[in-house]
Every structure is written in structure tokens, then in C-alpha cells.
Design a protein around this ligand. Structure first.
Ligand code: 5AD
Ligand code: SF4
Length: 441
């Protein structure tokens, strides 16, 4: 029997958290923990948590009630809470969840070996210090659960935009960029291992800067794209206030930088954008969109939208709907406003939109986005795209599925191709979520 200990990590929230769990996996591997895929037979369970909306926290709490039962059955089990909830609630979380052994914030993962030792001596351990430097630059993440084809690379951490609704500046601290040498090295290593796509991650990737060599985000993107023309490069997330012409130009002029931008608008009303402290207006966003569509005519565009932020009127809501129609988003992540403790909005504004109004507005936004997604997909019928095959289709093993540069999922008959291959696919039909086509030689 092997004497390696088993670690089970469950990840909630954003792509950044997925990437962080891979860093945690690597740190734990160095002290003899191997990744298992079941909470039931693990020696250590980590829950990497999200605080972005109240329902994200509620989901974690529900899961913790189940983990508590496992701990009751097996007192030797170590349970740790990582990530944004750990950072937001600190010791309070330890009091609330008395069975938890470890609380570790997003900048303290290097301390895990020491914290685990403390727990082994029968004590509880906590480290929620935020750092102004930590980027985990040279840690080679353990890749879990990905398809061996596309991977995340974290390029910066933290956020200092202070959107009034948002908890992230509190949970993830100051903005800092990771050394470009280590980023390119990680992309090269992934490519050598057979990966064909990397997504560069940060809360606000446009703010990336590495002063010693004056490398900004468009320059970094190009450096990563130079690893190989067969390596696709994506990125998330961008802030509309600093989508520069240089970035648009870099995407337009580099074949393997994907023609896809996730550009969270949050609201279509300038008055709401001001209240959210987004630092751009509806007109600015539209001007940037025109610049994108002019230089990258087929660019895939997605967004994030919040319904029912403080003081939002019917007119503000209509402004959001009309902007959505104007942009014609391919896809959107849509949320009801959820007040987060300590944020500027929680301190200064009244959460005054009734729940049923928030819900109704959100439903209208979701319905409209469904129509727009279908329209955008219908627009692709008859076109041929290069597709990177990711997997065998969920619905049928006679079909393969992959994405085009615009980030749209395309399903097509299997033939002799394998995940990881690039193929040209002609689109014959679609749903609102998927394009359906066939390989053309
Ligand atoms: N309530 C609802 N949605 C929020 N988001 C961030 N904070 C909140 C909040 N308090 C949304 C934004 C952001 C996405 C990651 O989550 O749309 O872009
Ligand atoms: Fe959630 Fe934001 Fe933390 Fe990601 S950074 S886990 S979205 S709160």
C-alpha cells in the first residue's frame, strides 16, 4: 500500500480560483500529498471558496455541512477553507465552522506546509495575510481535471479598481504582475507537454505591467503567442476602461491570439456605471466596441451584467437592454445584485431594489441574451472555422466538440480526429448554445 497521503480540493468561483487550486496542489505535492478525486477517502480536504455573491457563500456553507459529517466519522481528517471566504471572514469562519482546522487566504498558500504541521500537532492554523508581492511566479501548477489541451496561466493577482459593489479588492488585495519570463516559460512547458491553448488570467489583465522591461499586456500576449503558432492564446478578464488600441491591434494582427474578448459592461446606464465606480460611460464602451468590431470584424464578445444595483430605475434597466441589443453579445454572465459586507455600496448605498424587481429585470436580461446568442450563432451558419478539438461530445461518442477562435463550441461527426487536433469545420446549423457542423478538408 502506498503511504502517500491523499488531498482532495474542491473549487468554487472563478477561473482564478481554479488556477489557485492548481498552485495549492503543487505546494501540497512537494510535501507528499497526491491528488485524490473523492472527499470520502481523503486525508486532507480543502474547499477553495468564493465570496463574490451571497449565494456563492451559501453554496460553500451547504457543502461544509456535509464535510462536517465526514470529519465526525474520521477525526483524523484535516479540513481547510481556502480562498476568498477565508480572507473575508478570517477567524470568524473558524468560530462559525468549529470543525475546520485551517483557514488560508489567497496570498498565503506557500505557508501551507507549516500550517499543516501545526494542525498535525493538534492545533488550529490560520494565515490570511495579504501580500503586495506574491505571484507564485515560479511554482509549477499541478494540472487537475483539465483536458490536457487547454490550461490557465495566472499572470497577475489582486485588484484595485474598487467597483463599489465588489468584494474582490478586499479578498485578493493589491494588484501585482508576475514576471514575464516565468509566464512564457510556463506556456512553453505546457506546449511541450502537448497543450494547445492557454488562457492568461487576472482580475484585470489590461493592467499587467512589468516595469524593468516595460512589458505591458499587449506585449506579453505577443510574447506568449510566439511560443508556437500552434498554441492558441486567450485571456480573461478585461476592464473596458483600459481596452487600448494597442491591445486590439495585437489581437487583430496575431493569428493565434484568439478573436474573443470578455468585456464586462455591468450596466448600460452611465448613471449606474458612475455609481458602480466603473470609470467609463455607455458612450465610451460603445466607442471601444466600434474600435474592436472595426479591427476584428468577427470578434466574439461576451460580458457580465448586474441587474438591480442600488437606485436602478426602469429607465436604467432599459438602457442595459438597449446596449445589449446594440452590441449583440455572443454570451453573457448575468447576475442579480447581491450586497457584500464592507464594500462601498454596503456602507454608503441602500440596497433598495425589491427582490421581485431584481428577479424580473434579470429574467428580461436572460431572455434577451438567449435571443442574441441564437442570432449570433445563426449568423455563423455557412461559415468555416478552425476548431481546436477538446473532447468527445457529451451527448454522443460519435461526435467531437471544440471551440473556434471566437470561443464558440462547435460539435461535428467524429471520423479519425482526436482531441488536440486542429480541423476546419463548416457550420450547418445551430442552437443558442452550440454550432453544429462538419469537417471540411
Ligand atoms: N453582486 C452581483 N454580481 C456581482 N459581481 C461582482 N460583484 C457582484 C455583486 N456584489 C459580478 C460582476 C463581475 C462578476 C465576476 O460578478 O458582474 O464582473
Ligand atoms: Fe469569487 Fe472574486 Fe474571489 Fe474569484 S476573486 S473566487 S470571483 S470573490
Amino acid at each position: 500500500m502506498s503511504n502517500t497521503k491523499k488531498l482532495y480540493i474542491e473549487t468554487y468561483g472563478c477561473q482564478m480560483n481554479v488556477s489557485d487550486s492548481e498552485i495549492v496542489g503543487s505546494i501540497m505535492k512537494d510535501i507528499g500529498y497526491e491528488q485524490g478525486n473523492k472527499a470520502e477517502n481523503a486525508d486532507v480536504i480543502f474547499i477553495n471558496t468564493c465570496s463574490i455573491r451571497d449565494n456563492a457563500e451559501q453554496r460553500v456553507k451547504k457543502r461544509l455541512r456535509e464535510i462536517r459529517i465526514l470529519k465526525k466519522k474520521n477525526p483524523n481528517l484535516t479540513v481547510g477553507i481556502l480562498g476568498c471566504m477565508a480572507e473575508r471572514l478570517k477567524e470568524k469562519l473558524m468560530e462559525e465552522q468549529e470543525f475546520v482546522d485551517l483557514i488560508v487566504g489567497p496570498d498565503a498558500y506557500r505557508d501551507l506546509p507549516k500550517l499543516i504541521k501545526t494542525v498535525e500537532t493538534g492545533r488550529k492554523a490560520i494565515n490570511v495575510l495579504l501580500s503586495e508581492e506574491e505571484t507564485y511566479a515560479e511554482i509549477e501548477p499541478v494540472r487537475y481535471g483539465d483536458n490536457g489541451i487547454s490550461a490557465y496561466i495566472s499572470i497577475m493577482r489582486g485588484c484595485e479598481n474598487w467597483c463599489t459593489y465588489c468584494v474582490v479588492p478586499f479578498t485578493r488585495g493589491k494588484e501585482r504582475s508576475r514576471s514575464p519570463i516565468t509566464i512564457v516559460q510556463e506556456a512553453q512547458d505546457l506546449f511541450n507537454k502537448g497543450y494547445k491553448e492557454v488562457t492568461l488570467l487576472g482580475q484585470n489583465v489590461n493592467s499587467y505591467h512589468w516595469e524593468e522591461k516595460e512589458i505591458n499586456f499587449p506585449k506579453l500576449l505577443k510574447m506568449v503567442a510566439e511560443v508556437s503558432p500552434k498554441l492558441r492564446v486567450r485571456f480573461a478578464t478585461s476592464h473596458p476602461k483600459d481596452i487600448s488600441d494597442e491591445l486590439i491591434q495585437a489581437i487583430a494582427s496575431t493569428w493565434n491570439i484568439c478573436d474573443y474578448i470578455h468585456l464586462p459592461v455591468q450596466s448600460g446606464s452611465t448613471k449606474m456605471l458612475k455609481k458602480m465606480n466603473r470609470k467609463y460611460s455607455r458612450e465610451w464602451y460603445m466607442e471601444r466596441m466600434i474600435a474592436i468590431k472595426k479591427q476584428i470584424p468577427d470578434c466574439g464578445i461576451s460580458t457580465d451584467i448586474i441587474a438591480g444595483f442600488c437606485t436602478e430605475t426602469e429607465e436604467d434597466h432599459q438602457d442595459t437592454l438597449s446596449l445589449m441589443k446594440w452590441v449583440e453579445y455572443d454570451y453573457a454572465f448575468m447576475f442579480k445584485y447581491s450586497e457584500r459586507p464592507d464594500t462601498i455600496a454596503a456602507k454608503k448605498f441602500d440596497d433598495d431594489i425589491p427582490e421581485e424587481v431584481k428577479s424580473r429585470r434579470l429574467q428580461e436580461i436572460i431572455k434577451l441574451q438567449g435571443e442574441l446568442s441564437l442570432k449570433r450563432n445563426q449568423n455563423d451558419i455557412g461559415k468555416t472555422f478552425e476548431v481546436l478539438i477538446e473532447k468527445v461530445s457529451k451527448k454522443s461518442n460519435l461526435e467531437l466538440a471544440g471551440r473556434n477562435s471566437q470561443n464558440k463550441m462547435i460539435v461535428f461527426p467524429r471520423k479519425d480526429y482526436e482531441p488536440g487536433d486542429y480541423v476546419m469545420v463548416k457550420v450547418n446549423t445551430c442552437t443558442a448554445a452550440t454550432l453544429i457542423g462538419e469537417v471540411v478538408e
